[in-house]
Structure formats: C-alpha cells, structure tokens
Ligand binder design. Structure first.
Ligand SMILES: [Mg+2]
Length: 374
C-alpha cells in the first residue's frame, strides 16, 4: 500500500456528566486527535491518538503528539513509497525515541487500511482466535466503601464478572474488603496507579487474604526492580501497566519476576504491532495479558477489540461500551456489552467501524490535510 493523502484532526469530545477526576483536575472532555490514511487503492484507515492533555499518565500530551505526527510521522508515511505491512513501517520508524502514542495512531491506522486491502477483519489479520471479548468494569475512588458497593452492584446487575477498583493510601483495604464481603467470589482486582512504595508491603500482605485477581501497578511507573521485591513478598499477582512500554521492558520484567500479568495498552506500547509482539513473548512464558484503555473514543475502542482477540489475552479487558463515558459515539455501529459482559466483533474488513462523520465534523477543533509529493 502507498499512502497518498493524510488527514489529521484535533478533536474535543464532551464526557458524560462530570467526567472524571484526576489528582490535579476534573476532566470534562477528551482532547485527542484522529489520523486518516488514504491509500492508492482508494481505501482509508483510521487511528486515534490517545495521550491526555496533560502529561499525567505518560510523558506524551495531546498537542505534543500532534506535533510529532506533523513533523515526523506524516512526512515518513508520505515519503515511504510502497509500505509492505504495518510491521514494516513500525520497524522502519523504530529510530523514533518514545512518542509511542503518536506512533500507535499511525500503526493502528495502517493495520485498519492493510486489513481492508486484504479483505480481512483486522482481528483476523492480526491472528485473533475469538470473535467476542469479555469486558470488565473499571471504577474510580468513591467517597465511602458503601458508595463503592452500590456502584459495583449496578454493574454486576448488567452482567459484568470482573470489577476493578482504583485504590490509593487510605482508600484501599476497607474498600476492597467491603466489596469482597458483599459480593463473594467475583473477579475482584485493584489498580493503584503507582500510589504505594515498598514501605507498604505489610498492607499488600493483608490484601493477599482477599484473593484478588491481580493488583495493577502498585509501585512507581518506571520501576521494575521494586516490583520484583514486592512480587516475591506477596501471593497476589502483580500486573504491570505503566512500566511496560516495549517488548524489552516486558522481557526485563519477566526475567526479574516483577509481574505475573501485563495490561497491554495499545496506545502506550506504540500500537497493535508491538502489542501483538508483547502478548506473544510474555504469553509463551506464562505471563498473560489483557487490554487496558485511555478512556478511548470509538476508533481506539475498535482497535482494542481487535487486539483483545489475540491468543494470550486471557483476562477481561477494560473496553467499555459506547455509552459509558461519552454522550456521542465517534464511530458506527456503536458497541454494546451483552448480559454476559461480552462484546462481539464486527465481521467486516478492517477494524470494522466507520466514522460517524456528523459527530466528527461537529467536534473537530482543527483539521490538516497532507498529500504525497508528485
Ligand atoms: Mg492501570
């Protein structure tokens, strides 16, 4: 495939209700960008660029990633000539340091386009082994354990089997114990987003008694050494999220024994190409994966659904339905979670979702178009 035209948009999508709260701000809209790759065959591939507006989750930001797309990745696409496969482009641009969310937008769009050219659903082109994936629900920190239990109840009634609760010091064991006591033997897990240190080992030993499915990223985001010490001290499997950006990070963490599970976010690791490599490398060593998200809009959700069909994705995924975070969907058809918390994949070439063009046009803040040189 040869890329003949690229359209890049900056978008602002309103969140439902009050949005979500981070340690420094209330986020009420998703600021992100969307890339459209047009090929000489007349087909189009889509990729969503996922950093947050502020460098809170990773070092990338909405506007920084747009700059990297404009100055580095789009010129590389237009100068590349014939691109043999998404992996070929990913490897050819591996000289780019970090900036993996910007690279992921391009990698995902290339997979969408390439699988359309093959006439295959993207999940089949990737090597997926199932046509539906399980969703788990991810819940923020609530004012009291009772509030959390009420929220959990609402989602259990909708069919979810896996509940993930965000925790932080002072809002951990009493919350998780309350949920365990009230709901019995459900798949319960915690995400700490790096809120703890090795001084908290006694707390994690207490958490062992709750039989959690896993505890996600308890220690520093860039650490694998302290996680090794913690994993050696507790029975609960540690799942690494922020610490794993590349297959080499995964190799080091597995060799050290720093985790037993990896949350592979497509955006964080640079796209579907690297996600597929990590799940295979880790899975062959008994470390299984699942798919996390970046409060994604429709295009990123479509790619997440595809990646979660790969063989070593073995846990429920943070892939919400279309109505969870946003009043409007940027793609069609919308995604629904059935009464068993399963999401069926579209059986169409490519990612399987089209842009909801009315919505996209309405939420476009800025639009740029680039063509190949004659
Ligand atoms: Mg996480």
């Amino acid at each position: 495939m040869k890329i003949t035209k690229v359209i890049l948009r900056r978008l602002a999508l309103k969140m439902k209700g009050a949005g979500f709260r981070t340690s420094f701000a209330q986020i009420t809209q998703k600021d992100f960008s969307l890339i459209e790759l047009h090929s000489d065959s007349g087909l189009v591939g889509y990729g969503e660029c996922s950093p947050l507006f502020f460098p809170w989750y990773s070092e990338e930001t909405t506007l920084g990633a747009i700059s990297v797309l404009q100055t580095v990745l789009i010129p590389s696409l237009l100068d590349a000539g014939e691109i043999a496969s998404p992996e070929a482009f990913f490897d050819a641009t591996s000289w780019i340091r970090r900036n993996r969310m910007a690279r992921a937008a391009v990698d995902c769009a290339l997979w969408d386009l390439w699988s359309k050219e093959q006439g295959l659903p993207e999940y089949k082109a990737l090597g997926g082994v199932r046509s539906a994936v399980e969703a788990g629900v991810s819940l923020g920190i609530e004012p009291t354990p009772d509030d959390l239990c009420r929220t959990v109840e609402k989602y259990m009634k909708q069919g979810y089997r896996r509940v993930k609760c965000k925790i932080k010091p002072g809002h951990d064991i009493q919350y998780l114990s309350a949920v365990r006591e009230r709901f019995g033997d459900i798949m319960l897990m915690a995400d700490a987003n790096s809120a703890y240190t090795l001084n908290d080992i006694p707390l994690f030993k207490e958490l062992d008694d709750l039989g959690l499915l896993m505890i996600e990223q308890p220690l520093a985001s860039d650490d694998i050494v302290d996680h090794r010490h913690l994993q050696a001290a507790i029975r609960t499997p540690i799942c690494l999220d922020e610490s794993i950006d590349t297959i080499d990070d995964a190799r080091r963490a597995i060799e050290l024994g720093s985790c037993k599970i990896i949350n592979i976010k497509v955006a964080r690791v640079g796209g579907l190409t690297e996600a597929r490599r990590i799940q295979q490398y880790a899975g062959e060593r008994g470390v299984y994966s699942w798919c996390g998200g970046m409060v994604d809009a429709g295009v990123a959700r479509g790619h997440n659904l595809a990646v979660a069909t790969l063989p070593y994705y073995r846990y429920p995924n943070d892939i919400p339905g279309s109505d969870r975070y946003y009043a409007e969907d940027t793609v069609t058809p919308s995604t629904f979670i059935d009464e068993h918390a399963m999401i069926a994949l579209p059986d169409r070439p490519g990612m399987g979702f089209d842009l909801n063009q009315d919505v996209i046009d309405r939420i476009t803040v800025e639009k740029w178009e680039y063509g190949a040189k004659a």
